[in-house]
Ligand binder design. Sequence first.
Ligand SMILES: [Zn+2]
Length: 89
Amino acid sequence: MAVINAMETVVTHLFGEFKKNYELKCECLTCQEDILAIVLNRVPSRYTSSEKGQLYVKGEFTNQQLKSDVMRELMEAASFVEHHKHHRD
Ligand SMILES: [Zn+2]
């Protein structure tokens, strides 16, 4: 049995769109994963079997309310990481 959080797929995909319009202060994997983790803790998880998850994901990509909610969370998380992580390399 494979159980996935379908929201992970949605958030990861939207993070890709988000980065087209938003210049991250640090683009290292650590900072990007910090942003994703913050957002995934704040949006509702959607655990499902992988097959149903695929259908769920297709539906959610056309859900404009969810999309704008996730985009707002990404903006806040990116800002938080920029100001609180002080990542230097
Ligand atoms: Zn970084």
